[in-house]
Design a protein around this ligand. Structure first.
Ligand code: NAD
Ligand code: UGA
Length: 455
């Protein structure tokens, strides 16, 4: 039986290891984390993160060949393969602040592995790291007095939140980077064999370590770039009577462009797009590639612009003031089907509305606890309400910031009657039936198309 260890029981470590345990019953999978509260939640069978299908997946293997523990040091020696899936946020201090990846958590894990490993290990970078980090990892791991050999592989994760279980079950590809030595290739083969329990071989691709590390940053940058590209065009649609939905459909049918990731909206959020692009920008600057850095920086610039533009359109439409007006925010998560609010556009939008002295009330089916935490400094200025009907009652405007399905089926006629008049609806996700809303009596403003105003 192979013993697999994963350090970091977050959005990636927990679901990924639950999938490996479920597909490889002959392997023992242990996930460790310094955060005991998280570990307790995993052990209870109710994961600390909301992700469709995850609870069932975890329960399938929990206690059989899937284990969670807060004993990081004590779990290292018995592992053959150690995945490192700790957080790698943007640095907030010192050199490279606001761009470079903060590698302190990653380095701590390298040192704890070194201090506790007495036999050879394969160490797998699961977290997203700057290109050439593996060589730093190898230097730290081999800086000890012993003769233990550590083989470092890169195996970035491509799952998306909200569809993590589905993405892990049937990934577009699994990417494994290893060094071109005999030990490196043997380690790559061992990892390929694990994934081959359920992923077709032709979807498991192997490369050198540096290509693998860079491919992860590049994939996120390209995806985010598509979102910023379509959002930049949404601004042009709003002033020209073109409709971004129609434009996206027309261009997406070109098989060279493809239809995915062309939904215009309030901008991308989530813990990774912004941080990974900023990391890419930092790397380019480090290597003197200033034009390349500038090019990618614009993806983030447009994303910020989209959010500011949206708030300005709320202000303009509501007679240039929202002071003292109740505004109901429908959805706070960065996308539907997750409770995650990291870098959610809702944070910036709510903050701007509070600056304009609006009375903001936030509703969301899964993300209210995180929303309370994100806006903790705005006590008394923002309220939180699980029931969207109660949130909308007495409001001057509804602002849709997350594309939760439940907001498509609200009884908007009833909502409209409970609101202050004239009632406004701002759709930052373009999922509602706008014609119907206009018929009910709303003034409807949708990103990427002309406003639908009641005369
Ligand atoms: P996360 O913050 O949810 O989880 C990271 C966990 O690591 C935390 O629970 C933290 O307590 C733990 N940790 C930190 N230092 C530790 C240490 N020294 N020992 C033990 N545990 C430690 O982060 P995440 O969203 O799971 O992301 C992890 C990595 O995967 C990041 O590099 C991210 O860029 C990448 N990634 C994330 C996603 C996603 O959808 N969230 C997708 C693909 C890749
Ligand atoms: C993204 C990538 O899709 C994953 O492949 C990657 O593994 C992950 O980042 C990561 O490295 O963390 P995620 O952030 O979970 O996954 O979710 P996405 O579906 O990519 O959405 C990101 C943001 O872009 C969301 O705010 C979403 O609403 C927005 N988006 C996405 C749009 O505005 N329009 C689109 O057409 C698509």
């Amino acid at each position: 039986m192979k013993n697999i260890l994963c350090i970091g029981a977050g959005y990636v470590g927990g679901p990924t290891m639950a999938m490996i345990a479920s597909k490889c019953p002959g392997m023992a999978v242990t996930v460790v984390d310094v955060n005991e509260v998280r570990i307790k939640a995993w052990l209870s069978g109710k994961p600390p993160i909301f992700e469709p299908g995850l609870e069932t997946l975890v329960k399938k293997s929990l206690g059989k060949n899937l284990f969670f523990s807060a004993d990081v040091a004590g779990s290292i020696e018995k592992a053959d393969i150690i995945f490192v899936s700790v957080n790698t946020p943007t640095k907030t201090f010192g050199h490279g602040a606001g761009r470079a990846a903060d590698l302190q958590y990653w380095e701590k894990t390298a040192r704890i592995i070194l201090a506790n490993a007495k036999t050879d290990k394969i160490v797998v970078e699961k977290c997203t790291l700057p290109v050439r980090t593996a060589s730093a990892m190898e230097r730290i791991l081999h800086s000890g007095p012993g003769s233990v050999h550590f083989e470092v592989l890169s195996n970035p994760e491509f799952l998306s939140e909200g569809t993590a279980v589905q993405d892990l079950e049937s990934p577009d590809r699994v990417l494994i980077g290893g060094s071109n030595t005999a030990e490196g290739q043997a380690a790559v083969k061992m990892l390929v064999d694990i994934y081959a329990h359920w992923v077709p071989r032709d979807r498991i691709i192997t490369t050198n370590v540096w290509s693998s590390e860079l491919s992860k940053l590049a994939a996120n940058a390209m995806l985010a770039q598509r979102v910023s590209s379509i959002n930049s065009l949404s601004a042009l649609c709003e002033v020209t009577e073109a409709d971004i939905g129609e434009v996206a459909r027309a261009i997406g049918m070109d098989s060279r462009i493809g239809a995915k990731f062309l939904s215009a909206g309030i901008g991308f959020g989530g813990s990774c797009f912004k941080k990974d692009i900023l990391n890419l920008v930092y790397l380019c600057e480090h290597y003197g590639l200033h034009q390349v850095a500038e090019y990618w920086k614009q993806v983030v610039v447009i994303n910020d612009y989209q959010q500011e533009r949206f708030v300005n359109s709320i202000l303009r439409s509501m007679f240039n003031t929202v002071a003292g007006k109740r505004i109901a925010i429908l959805g706070f998560a960065f996308k539907a089907d997750t409770g995650d609010t990291r870098e959610s556009p809702a944070i910036a939008v709510c903050r701007r509305l509070v600056e304009e002295r609006a009375e903001v009330v936030v509703t969301d089916p899964e993300a209210l606890d995180n929303a309370r935490h994100d806006l903790a400094d705005l006590v008394g200025k923002v309220t939180f309400e699980p029931d969207p009907y109660k949130a909308a009652k007495g409001a001057h405007a509804l602002v849709v910031l997350t594309e939760w399905k439940c907001y498509e089926t609200l009884d908007y006629a009833c909502v409209f009657k409970s609101m202050a008049q004239p009632a406004f609806l701002f759709d930052g996700r373009r999922k509602l039936d706008h014609d119907k809303l206009v018929k009910i009596g709303f003034n409807v403003h949708v990103i990427g198309q002309s406003s639908m105003i009641r005369k």
